[in-house]
Write a protein that binds this ligand. Structure first.
Ligand SMILES: Cc1ncc(COP(=O)(O)O)c(C=O)c1O
Length: 485
């Protein structure tokens, strides 16, 4: 519940509004019990009568059923899936910081519990892909190793994990660094947050690719950065457009442009580094899915090409183990390691220790790399099923891009104009098929935005059978639009 900056508890009206929104959002389910008026009053620091008055109003409007001596319950009025959380769409609360105000200006839907049965959402893995037996053993081993005290760990992460990652990065990515340069973070997103806090002031420029990973663009914008989108094409970020751009940092995905899937060419890599070095700007290299390459050789990171001062490298286990673990790693220039460690410390002390030790065990034993080899084969099968399905159902009515690596492809519909993309997605939603538009990943008003409908199709969370069925459903929806119905 949002309270304003004065230390007064909320009034009955505010309590009513929040509870009503929560009921509508399905927070308590149908017929679910709400907090007792006594418990809620004590939690909010208000008189019990204030809460009772809110409950009376909800009861009068038919949202709750109250019975003497029992907790109020949600009246079974909700027969639909819960909408997106009201927190996202509700009015911005008063008295936010500038950061809060900037965030409130860019509302986005939060992940919803109600997901389509077949969802080509990028970023998902299938639950069966998780190496449960080896992870369980590693976690139990880490539990057994705990000393007699529970005490805070090193803010930059478990020394064991940092050493293990140092070896892994060298073996898998030919990236050489000292273990001290590695900061363990809660997913790439926290790595981006650290970079933003430490390297970007409000009003300073942040270059992003166009189209771009929106979670990066949003973090720079929320920090007050001036976003400069620079076009990306089949060779990655078009560095010829950087010549006159002044910025403090650039966020890039050189190994596998997100979302288009291209690789930043070697000439452009050198130009990008020269651009950054000439301005003392930083390059944030997001190497989010380099483990998945099917028809092409691995591309060494940009990190190794520089002089060790300007590039920050970001990796994650979100694509190899699970996005739910929230483990990522940032490799920073040696002279920034101390300040990144300090920033991580004041944000959250350190990332959860048990999982860090478990991951260290997997890396040390070679189980992590064996697991990657196993799921890479699986992902290749899924990708092939998707490509075959699209070829079979669409022929040359659809063009595919970015299929050589990663866990998603881009699908362009030759006969569906961009202004009907939304309709395609809506139609798919009606048959419980989750589709995700490419257009949202372009900057607002971007000249790069194509005139055809396009989708980002993630296949990591679906098995081959689901992929085939999903493509069949997609073909039906697309055919209806193409035929004008
Ligand atoms: C470009 C990009 N970077 C990073 C990530 C992973 O983020 P995290 O490590 O915070 O889960 C994703 C996930 O989809 C992504 O698309």
């Amino acid at each position: 519940m949002i309270r304003n900056r004065q230390a007064r508890g909320p009034g009955a009206r505010q309590i009513y509004e929040v509870l009503r929104a929560q009921i509508l959002a399905g927070t308590y389910g149908n017929d679910g019990a709400l907090p007792s008026s006594r418990a809620l009053a004590s939690e909010l620091g208000v008189a019990r009568a204030t809460v009772t008055s809110a409950y009376e109003q909800l009861s009068a409007e038919g949202f709750v059923r109250s019975r003497q001596g029992a907790r109020p319950r949600v009246a079974a009025v909700l027969d639909r899936n819960p909408p997106i959380s009201p927190m996202v769409t509700g009015p911005a609360p008063l008295l936010l910081s500038r950061y809060g105000e900037r965030l409130a200006l860019r509302p986005v839907p939060l992940p919803s519990a109600a997901r389509p049965a077949l969802d080509f959402r990028y970023g998902d893995l299938a639950a069966s892909d998780f190496p449960t037996p080896i992870w369980r053993r590693a976690v139990l081993g880490a539990l057994a190793q705990r000393q007699d005290r529970l005490s805070y760990g090193h803010p930059a992460g478990s020394p064991r994990l940092r050493r293990a990652l140092q070896g892994y990065l060298w073996r898998a990515r030919t990236l050489r660094c000292e273990a001290e340069q590695i900061i363990i973070v809660n997913g790439s997103q926290q790595g981006l947050d650290l970079c933003t806090r430490l390297l970007l002031d409000p009003g300073e420029g942040a270059v992003v690719e166009d189209p771009c990973y929106p979670m990066a663009r949003d973090i720079f914008a929320a920090a007050g950065g001036t976003i400069t989108p620079v076009a990306a094409d089949q060779d990655g970020l078009d560095t010829s457009r950087l010549t006159d751009v002044e910025a403090r940092l650039a966020y890039v995905t050189p190994s596998h442009q997100f979302p288009l899937g291209s690789v930043l060419s070697i000439a452009r890599r050198h130009r990008l580094l020269a651009w950054a070095e000439a301005r003392d700007a930083f390059l944030i290299e997001d190497d989010y899915d380099s483990e998945y390459r099917y028809d092409i050789n691995p591309v060494p990171p940009l990190y190794g090409l520089g002089h060790g001062q300007n590039v920050l490298y970001l990796g994650t286990v979100s694509k190899t183990l699970s996005p739910t673990l929230r483990i990522g790693y940032l490799v920073v220039p040696a002279n920034l390691a101390a300040i990144f460690t300090r920033a991580k410390q004041i944000i959250d002390r350190h990332s959860p220790a048990l999982e860090q030790e478990a991951l260290a065990t997997l890396l040390e034993s070679g189980a992590y790399e064996r697991h990657i080899r196993r799921i890479r084969r699986r992902m290749a099968e899924r990708r092939n099923a998707l490509l075959e399905g699209l070829r079979y159902h669409f022929g040359d009515r659809l063009a595919v891009e970015g299929a050589k690596a990663g866990l998603h492809i881009i699908a362009w519909f030759r006969h569906i104009p961009a202004d009907r993309e939304e309709e395609l997605i809506r139609k798919a939603g009606q048959v419980a098929l989750g589709l995700h538009p490419l257009s949202l990943l372009y900057a607002a008003g971007s000249a790069m935005r194509p005139d055809r409908a396009g989708l980002v199709m993630g296949y990591g969370g679906l098995d081959v059978r689901q992929i085939r069925r999903g493509v069949e459903l997609l073909a039906n929806c697309a055919a209806e639009i193409e035929s004008g119905s």
